[in-house]
Ligand binder design. Structure first.
Ligand code: NAG
Ligand code: NAG
Ligand code: NAG
Length: 468
């Protein structure tokens, strides 16, 4: 059949019309894809910063800012474009790397050394604004009539808490010094939340006129009997808003002579064992035993720590320490020594990754804060030790806690800790160091303020109005 020209043209038009439509559609698709790509990339580059900063801005003022800076330059959270970046080659290799880094950093932030930093920091601020402690006047004996007492020094702040002989009891003396130097004390008992009994268990123990547990107990009982006659404060709460502070385990027995001191008053002690009948968890407070050191130590980095474990100490009085020595005395990874090490004591903390705190006569020693001071991750083998500030600090994030019954697994357990987890603990350890430092004039989140915070949590006692 002959085809007319007109038909031919139409045909050719038809013929060309089909591919032209396909072309347009393809171009539209390409433009669409390009737009999607541009949107995706711009969100990647621009959007992620605000997402991360939103997350991290809600964080604390205490040094997490550095994560904010890192978060800004890094890739977005992986949940943003799941369909576009589901396959490996969708994102270029370097980006994948930063992405992984961000995820790790997020984990680090979330597993910091605090249970809930924000909650704690807010309440801490409130404490700094409002907390008031009344100190019985014996702590300022010069200014009162009791200044002439032959026992005046028992109540006064120690003139030289850095004296080497006081080493193990440094915290007790520093608490008193810091309290007297802090804005928390008030001369107005009516506005006080708590009352401080300023006798020193350490000085009583060292005083040949007193010394024995029975005499110390009698001394304290007499002191409280006198104070409750002279002032109305004790009777108003039966001692429940009173506290005393010591680092010598003898202090625990002292309360046994006086029911209200034992049951009601708050003891702040280094020997905070919830296995002990004279320590009442939640009423009483554990605070750190700290060895006096004038300067902060520059930390040996993790990679320069070539020994797995360090321990040195007396093994008499302690089955667990004896077991420890028997198990690893000749192990070259484990620097465990009965008595002194063949090098300076401090050196062990510098060269080791993990430093053991093993229960001796009491649950506590200065080894935990020694380890923290030198950046050696503490391994705590001391059952029922109520670790200092455990309601604020998450000890599992910067220490390893091992049951006495599993001491033979210690090496195995430490070796099984991944390097990433160890580095995280090391990092957290640096962040908690400031909580284990004492200053004569208290500062920031130091040992004094951390201990005061524990007392702050135990305020709000109902008091009787006493007949007069
Ligand atoms: C207390 O007395 C001592 C010695 O008499 C003196 O050096 C010190 O400054 C006095 N302290 C106060 C607070 O008055
Ligand atoms: C507190 O109570 C004790 C024992 O009942 C009593 O001897 C003392 O005088 C009371 N103190 C005051 C200030 O009333
Ligand atoms: C460690 O080595 C010393 C000296 O060789 C030896 O006397 C001791 O019994 C060894 N200790 C253990 C637990 O094997």
């Amino acid at each position: 059949m002959p085809v007319s020209r007109g038909q031919e043209v139409r045909m050719s038009e038809q013929h060309f019309a089909r591919p032209r439509a396909l072309h347009v559609r393809l171009m539209l698709l390409a433009v669409l894809l390009l737009m999607v790509f541009v949107v995706a990339v711009s969100s990647l580059l621009g959007g992620s910063a605000s997402i991360n900063s939103l997350k991290f801005n809600t964080d604390s003022p205490e040094g997490r800012g550095k994560f904010l800076v890192k978060g800004k330059s890094a890739a977005p959270s992986q949940s943003q474009f799941p369909s576009f970046f589901s396959s490996e080659d969708a994102a270029p290799p370097p980006r994948t790397k930063t992405m992984k880094k961000t995820i790790v950093e997020k984990v680090d932030v979330e597993s910091g050394p605090y249970h809930d930093w924000q909650h704690f920091a807010l309440d801490f601020q409130e404490m700094m604004r409002n907390f008031k402690v009344y100190v019985y006047p014996d702590a300022f004996a010069n200014q009162s009539s009791s200044g002439s007492s032959q026992f005046a020094s028992i109540f006064l702040p120690h003139p030289d808490p850095f004296h080497p002989r006081l080493g193990n009891y440094f915290s007790e003396h520093m608490f008193k010094l810091a309290l007297l130097g802090s804005s928390i004390t008030t001369p107005h008992p009516e506005e006080a939340h708590l009352f401080f009994l300023p006798f020193s268990i350490n000085l009583l123990r060292n005083d040949p006129r007193v010394h024995s547990e029975a005499s110390i107990s009698e001394f304290v009982t007499r002191y409280i009997t006198r104070s409750r006659r002279q002032f109305p404060f004790w009777n108003a709460s039966a001692g429940a808003d009173h506290f005393y502070v010591y680092c010598h385990s003898v202090g625990r027995e002292v309360a046994s002579g006086l029911r209200d001191l034992l049951n009601n008053a708050i003891q702040v002690t280094c020997s905070s064992s919830y296995f002990q009948r004279y320590y009442v968890t939640h009423k009483d407070v554990g605070f750190p035993q700290v060895w006096p050191r004038l300067h902060e130590e520059a930390l040996t980095p993790p990679d320069a720590r070539h020994k797995l474990v360090y321990f040195s100490g007396r093994i008499q009085n302690s089955r667990i320490r004896q077991d420890l020595i028997t198990l690893w005395e000749n192990d070259s990874d484990m620097d465990v020594f009965s008595g002194n090490p063949p090098y300076p004591y401090e050196e062990g903390f510098r060269r080791s990754k993990y430093c053991l705190h093993v229960k001796g006569y009491e649950v506590n020693t200065a080894r935990v804060s020694d380890a923290i001071h030198y950046g050696c991750v503490p391994v705590i083998i001391s059952n029922h030790y109520e670790l200092p500030f455990a309601n604020v600090l998450d000890w599992s994030k910067f220490s390893v806690i091992i049951n006495h019954g599993e001491i033979s697994l210690t090496k195995q357990r430490l070796l099984s800790i991944p390097r990433r987890v160890y580095l995280n603990m090391f990092h957290n350890l640096r962040r908690v160091r400031r909580h284990f430092l004492w200053h004569e004039t208290p500062r920031g989140f130091d040992s004094f303020h951390m201990t005061a915070y524990q007392l702050w949590l135990r305020r709000s006692i109902h008091r009787l109005r006493l007949p007069h």
